[in-house]
Ligand binder design. Structure first.
Ligand SMILES: [Zn+2]
Ligand SMILES: [Zn+2]
Ligand SMILES: [Zn+2]
Length: 296
């Protein structure tokens, strides 16, 4: 991207916890020849215009996803929550953490779970074999990575309190004004800088989080299927949420095997037509999808 301003997002995975195809399933979607129906576990790669590199979640397929996207280094890892499909590839960041420990940001529950699940990483007892160098950080305030600001967005995943992330580019006139992590969200509005919101595994959004997800250029939002689920939005709930945020472009992720890519595209199209929302871009994400958020 050279020195042009903007943020590049790459969907590393768009599938639900079991991935698509699901092991042992021979339904039409799991047997689909359309590459967009192969959904690895959900994850996002974020690249800033100054070379910033971060991922949101490191699921079981992280290594293959990272190789596929050409990831050769990372500045930070952001976690939504500690379910297996979001963190079980963490060990594979090992070659990317040789130079310096990789900061891993999440809420208290997620970081505590990470330290328990990957306890060998944080102990001195392992002999032989390599392990990643990780720096787990519990966050409740925005984190700066170069010229990008990652703000935690508390959301509900069933009874669980998890995080979505708002990714924002700093304003040109604020260059050089960086003091590292922990900046107040109040200093950053959504406006003429690139802004994207990533919300996966969400079933409800607390009132207090709405200001954080309002007005992004792009929304990527978890949408499991059409039938209701206790811990995930349906397609309709996700699209309703997308409309409320005002995002001009929204993409569904964390999708199960009930529908193929084309069927979900058709679902989104009829949702838009029925509501007079044809000006919006709405559709399913797919693995490898690249999205550019340009600075206005
Ligand atoms: Zn999940
Ligand atoms: Zn299936
Ligand atoms: Zn989950």
């Amino acid at each position: 991207m050279g020195h042009t301003k903007g943020v590049k997002l790459t969907i590393l995975g768009s599938g639900t916890s079991h991935g698509v195809p699901m092991l042992g399933c021979d339904c039409p979607v799991c047997r689909s020849p359309d590459s967009r129906d192969r959904r690895l576990r959900s994850s996002l790669y974020v690249q800033g215009s100054r070379g910033e590199r971060a991922v949101i979640d490191t699921g079981p397929e992280f290594r293959l996803q990272a190789i596929g996207a050409g990831i050769t280094r990372l500045d930070a890892i952001f976690l939504t929550h500690s379910h297996a499909d979001h963190i079980h590839g963490m060990d594979d960041v090992r070659p990317l953490s040789r130079e310096a420990p990789l900061p891993v940001y999440g809420n208290r529950e997620t970081i505590e779970e990470l330290q328990e699940r990957f306890s060998y990483v944080f102990k001195e007892t392992q002999r032989g074999g390599g392990k990643p160098k990780l720096l787990p950080v519990q966050v409740s305030a925005p984190v700066a990575v170069g010229g990008l600001l990652f703000s935690p967005v508390p959301v509900k995943h069933g009874a669980l309190d998890i995080l979505g992330w708002r990714i924002e580019e700093e304003k040109a006139e604020e260059a050089g004004n960086w003091g590292g992590g922990g900046r107040k969200a109040g200093g950053w509005g959504v406006g003429n800088r690139a802004c994207a919101v990533y919300l996966t595994d969400t079933s409800a959004i607390p009132d207090s989080s709405w200001p954080l997800i309002s007005g992004p250029d792009i929304l990527i939002i978890g949408a499991l299927r059409t039938r209701p689920h206790e811990t995930h939005f349906t397609f309709e709930e996700a699209l309703d949420t997308a409309v409320k945020t005002g995002a001009p472009r929204s993409f569904l992720t964390h999708i199960c095997h009930d529908y193929n890519h084309r069927e979900i595209e058709a679902y989104c199209r009829s949702y838009q037509e029925n509501r007079g929302l044809r000006r919006l871009v709405m559709g399913p994400a797919y693995d490898g999808l690249e999205l550019i958020v340009e600075t206005a």
